[in-house]
Every structure is written in structure tokens, then in C-alpha cells.
Design a protein around this ligand. Structure first.
Ligand code: CAA
Length: 285
């Protein structure tokens, strides 16, 4: 099985930076690729900040923090990922850019490099089909925020071979995650359930004329959720949720999958949640 010594992460947004943080904390040399040096530096700053908070809270030694940060290099050149044993893609949730990237990664990386996508609602099989070696393409779907959420779904696409699939599973476990194996179906396991569930919650806002605050309180206090649905879509990103819901609706044609119009309107108005400073709530709260 491919031994994972060096990992590449493409895209250092909320998910990619979280995944890179997990890798360096697990002792793995990590190369993060962003489109500009400034974005790479900003991601390094966020990772450094979260690791410093762990030191302040006594869950990480200062030396371990510094060593972890030292394992991260950032680059704007995809070619710098050539020596990686595993590359995890976490770029924009659109099929075409992902397919272009995977074709490029296939050209740049060794034939035994495992190529993983963190897509949450697109087809891993369709991404893999952009390469001539789809057997080494696998889904590694982390949850937001990646450093805190225990799960990673290891997704077997139509042509994924056993060895890269198991290498990805073993690596997820090495990152300290609870890994589950599943097949490449729309939404995999969690999003297949969570997206229509969140859509239902948000429809209740209008149906029951309940406020966002009270809906969140109700789901925390009545269903034991750690966060209310409005807080959660603000965290995930309203654009990300709408996009994932549209992708599931397109594939499954179930009305509950379609994003509620209220959410689409918020996305169109630029109310994207935490990252834009305003969603259901203003941020910082
Ligand atoms: N990266 C790294 N560290 C982070 C972080 C991040 N993105 N965000 C927060 N932290 C750290 C911070 O240092 C924070 O401590 P400080 O505020 O003191 O600095 C620390 O984590 C812990 O924060 P909290 O004490 O607030 O943690 P909590 O106990 O309240 O739990 C939570 C937070 C884990 C997010 C919890 O509220 C929870 O489980 N929420 C549900 C999240 C969820 O369902 N996510 C799935 C979304 S769906 C998805 O991701 C699928 C998809 O494909 C779209």
C-alpha cells in the first residue's frame, strides 16, 4: 500500500486549511497550494492561530505547535505537489474546475499517488473520469470545521481500486478521524440525510413563523443538536449549502433536496453566513 509521507492539499479555504492543519498535527509534511501567495499566507495564519489556541488551552505543547506549523509549506505552483503520496483537493465546488485539476494532477504526480477529492455533493466518478487512471481517485469527505468534526467519509467511485481506497481509509484514521467507507452516491451518507433535513428546518421558519433564534433554540434543546440549523448553515456557508442542495436535487429529483427559496435569495444577496459577516446572524456574534 502507498505509504503516505507527504501530502498535498489544493485549495486552502475553510476546508482545505482545516485538512492541512490535521495533516501537520499528525506529523505529515504538507504542501498547500493556493492561487496567490497572500491566500496561502492567510491560511497559514489561520492554522497557526488555531494551534496557538490549543497551546493556550493546554491541549498542545508549544514545541509541538511550532513543529506542526514548520511541516506546512505553501505554494502557488501545482508542480510543487509532484512528490506527494496523497493529494487532497478542496477547491471550489464545481465539476469542471475539479476535472481540469485532476487531469493536471495526473500529469504532475507519480502513478501511485492517491488523488482524493473533498467534494461534498459532486460525483467522485465524474471527477475521476477526467483522468486516465480513475482507479487511484477516491473521495475523502471531511466535515466543517474539519479539525473538530470527527468523521471522514471514504468514498469509492465506480472505478476506484482497493489499494488507494484502503490507503485513504488508513490515512483518515491516522489523522485521528472516525472513517467510514461508502460508495459514490449523491450526498454519500451524511449529506444525503443532512441536506434535506436542514432544508426542512429552514422551511419551518416560514411555515411555523418561528424566528431563526427560536428555531435554533428548539433544535438544540428539543433534539440535542450541538448547533441550531441556522447557525449551522451560517457555518457551512449559505452558498455552499445551496450549491450542495441543487446538486442533490439535480441527481435525485426529490423535492426536499431543492434549496428553500429563502436560502437562494440570501445567497443571491451575498448573505453567505460567517464568512461574509452576515447570514441568519451578524458576525462576529
Ligand atoms: N479550525 C480549527 N479549530 C477551530 C475551528 C476551525 N475551523 N473553529 C474553531 N476551532 C477551535 C477554536 O480554537 C475553538 O476554541 P476558541 O473559541 O476558544 O478559540 C475550539 O475549536 C472549540 O470551539 P468551541 O468550544 O466553540 O467548540 P464546541 O464544543 O462549541 O464545538 C463544534 C464546536 C464542533 C463546531 C460543534 O458546535 C458542532 O459539532 N457543531 C455541528 C457542526 C456540524 O454539524 N458540522 C457539519 C456541517 S455539514 C458539512 O460539513 C458537510 C458538507 O459537506 C457541507
Amino acid at each position: 500500500m502507498t505509504e503516505i509521507r507527504r501530502v498535498g492539499v489544493v485549495g486552502l479555504g475553510a476546508m482545505g486549511a482545516g485538512i492541512a492543519q490535521l495533516c501537520v498535527e499528525a506529523g505529515v509534511e504538507t504542501v498547500g497550494r493556493e492561487v496567490t501567495a497572500e491566500l496561502g499566507e492567510a491560511a497559514r495564519g489561520r492554522i497557526g492561530h488555531f494551534l496557538t489556541r490549543k497551546v493556550e488551552k493546554g491541549t498542545l505543547q508549544q514545541e509541538a505547535r511550532d513543529a506542526a506549523v514548520g511541516r506546512l509549506t505553501t505554494t502557488t505552483e501545482l508542480a510543487d505537489l509532484a512528490g506527494c503520496d496523497l493529494v487532497i483537493e478542496a477547491i471550489v465546488e464545481e465539476l469542471e474546475p475539479k476535472r481540469v485539476l485532476f487531469a493536471e494532477l495526473e500529469r504532475l504526480c507519480r502513478p501511485d499517488t492517491v488523488l482524493a477529492t473533498n467534494t461534498s455533493a459532486l460525483s467522485v466518478t465524474e471527477i475521476a473520469a477526467a483522468t486516465s487512471s480513475p482507479e487511484r481517485v477516491v473521495g475523502m469527505h471531511f466535515f466543517n470545521p474539519a479539525p473538530l468534526m470527527p468523521l471522514v467519509e471514504i468514498v469509492r467511485a465506480q472505478l476506484t481500486a482497493d489499494e488507494p481506497f484502503e490507503a485513504a481509509f488508513a490515512f483518515g484514521t491516522r489523522l485521528g478521524k472516525t472513517a467510514v467507507r461508502c460508495h459514490d452516491t449523491p450526498g454519500f451518507v451524511v449529506n444525503r440525510v443532512l441536506i434535506p433535513l436542514l432544508n426542512d428546518c429552514l422551511r419551518v421558519l416560514d411555515e411555523a413563523r418561528v424566528s431563526a433564534e427560536d428555531l435554533d433554540t428548539a433544535m438544540r434543546a428539543g433534539a440535542g443538536w450541538p448547533m441550531g440549523p441556522c447557525e449551522l448553515v451560517d457555518l457551512v456557508g449559505i452558498d455552499v449549502h445551496v450549491h450542495a442542495a441543487e446538486a442533490l436535487y439535480e441527481k435525485l429529483r426529490e423535492p426536499r433536496m431543492a434549496p428553500p427559496p429563502r436560502l437562494v435569495a440570501m445567497r443571491n444577496a451575498g448573505l453567505l453566513g460567517r464568512k461574509s459577516g452576515r447570514g441568519f446572524y451578524p458576525y462576529p456574534r
